[in-house]
Ligand binder design. Structure first.
Ligand code: PMP
Length: 455
């Protein structure tokens, strides 16, 4: 049992001595313990964690194998930097690159997703000699001064110069985008066409992807010198409310970016490490191979670590100057990263994301049939978005209701995630160890809470 300071005492210190921060709830919850898919507050109340510290706890809170790996490494060699040679970093790099397509075999380690994206931008600019970077509207790539420029949600962007030369193209969003689209499901099957205001009926196969990608072409032609350094995207935009790209988009966009001399970067900070069930990485769902992949969050199951993986040829550009990251790829992080990959394999967690995730998604879609207020259910594996709207036709965001249900679900022991620009989307991305029973419980709680508010 927790014997520390009370919630009130902790909140007082937070109010007086800690930078103002986002708190998820009107009545915040104080977490003191975690084990696998569960968290406990200071009073011993248990919560089912359906957001895993924002998609970070991939294999389970305090997973014994990960804890053991970290502890053993802490006792043996806690820290040295990559200016020395130590086996842990090479062993982990070897293991990680074996999960990626051929050609993506050179790893650099950092400590956060923002840092990884910063480095990827630096590498792309230096390698191509171009400066402009393209990202998707509604994307989130971090909040360091450079990464903040790539993030495309005004709520996260301070009104200061950011990143330099970054342009955002239309998000290929089947639900809110102009051209609708097609989504892939957990089995890798592509959905029927979802109509959009400017493409009510699709005539050609994957026409929506052509139309969204045309904005990449138009942006390169109209807003750059004609050459770009890189194009960044998340296959499913996490912070942006689980926006799942229309099928075929990346293939088309990558072609245009490469023709303009740019590198294609897949931000796998949320989608990577088996969460999607059908594939290990988000880009694989689209049959493309990026030039660079950035990763963090689930990579360390909660331990701060991040990575950039690219080809040996592209990585050579780092020789032009000294580059160093004190904690990046430290022995403990590498031991943790290795243990996470071992657990994903041994416990068949990608397979679990496929089976339990598919079941959960089906139950969410059934819930949508019962509740008019659920405008859209999207995602795959263990990465779901449930969007609440006041009217299914106008799609006006029901953000107040979303906040109420979110709060009440917490009181009933389920921690959901919340996001999207308007804050009207439940983001559900649990540790990958959840069971069918957990999935059923979440559905019951969501059903109950929606009914409580008369929907
Ligand atoms: N990329 C994506 C897709 C993310 O979701 C996030 C964090 N939410 C980041 C990058 C930035 O990661 P970090 O907070 O570790 O800097």
């Amino acid at each position: 049992p927790y014997k520390g300071k009370s919630f009130e005492e902790i909140m007082k210190v937070r109010g007086e001595h800690v930078f103002p921060m986002v708190t998820y709830y009107k009545n915040p919850v104080m977490i003191t313990d975690g084990k696998m898919q569960y968290l406990w507050d200071e009073k011993g109340k248990r919560y089912l964690d359906m957001i895993g510290g924002i998609v970070t706890v991939s294999v389970g809170h305090c997973h014994p194998h990960v804890v053991e790996a970290a502890t053993k490494q802490m006792e043996k060699l806690q820290h040295t930097t990559s200016i020395y040679v130590y086996p842990e970093i090479e062993e982990y790099a070897d293991m990680l690159q074996s999960r990626l397509p051929k050609g993506l075999d050179c790893c650099f380690f950092a400590n956060s997703g923002s840092e990884a994206n910063d480095l990827a931008m630096l590498v792309a600019r230096m390698h191509t000699g171009n400066h402009t970077i393209l990202g998707l509207k509604n994307g989130y790539h971090g909040v360091s001064p450079t990464a903040m420029g790539l993030t495309a949600l005004h709520t996260w962007k301070f009104p200061l110069p950011q990143g330099g030369n970054i342009q955002h193209v239309m998000a290929p969003d089947p639900y809110r985008g102009l051209f609708g689209g097609h989504r892939m499901d957990t089995d890798g099957k592509v959905s029927e066409f979802i109509p959009g205001p400017c493409l009510p009926k699709e005539t050609d196969d994957l026409k929506a992807a052509d139309l969204y990608a045309a904005d990449v072409r138009a942006t390169i032609d109209g807003s750059t010198s004609g050459g770009v350094a890189a194009f960044f995207s998340e296959y499913i935009q996490g912070v942006g409310g689980t926006m799942q790209q229309t099928q075929g988009y990346l293939e088309r966009a990558y072609k245009m970016v490469r023709a303009a001399g740019g590198l294609c970067v897949s931000d796998e900070v949320q989608c990577g490490f088996g969460r999607l069930g059908h594939t290990f990485w988000g880009f694989e769902t689209q049959g493309v191979v990026p030039d660079m992949v950035t990763m963090a969050k689930g990579m360390g199951n909660g331990f701060p670590m991040a990575g950039v993986v690219t080809s040996k040829e592209i990585a050579q550009v780092m020789r032009k100057r000294l580059h160093f990251n004190t904690f990046g790829g430290n022995p403990v992080a590498c031991a943790v990263g290795k243990a996470v990959l071992e657990v994903i394999d041994e416990e068949k967690l990608q397979e679990r994301a496929k089976t339990v995730g598919k079941y959960f998604g089906q139950r969410l879609m059934d819930l949508q049939k019962k509740h008019e207020v659920i405008g859209d259910v999207r995602g795959m594996g263990f990465m779901w978005g449930v969007e609440l709207v006041k009217d299914r036709k106008t799609k006006e965001p029901a953000n107040d209701l979303c906040a109420d249900v979110f709060e009440l679900a917490k009181d009933h022991g389920v921690l959901l995630g919340k996001g999207g620009l308007k804050g009207n989307v439940f983001r559900i991305k649990p540790p990958m160890c959840i069971t069918k029973d957990d999935a059923d419980f979440v559905i019951d709680v969501m059903d109950h809470c929606l009914k409580e508010f008369n929907h």
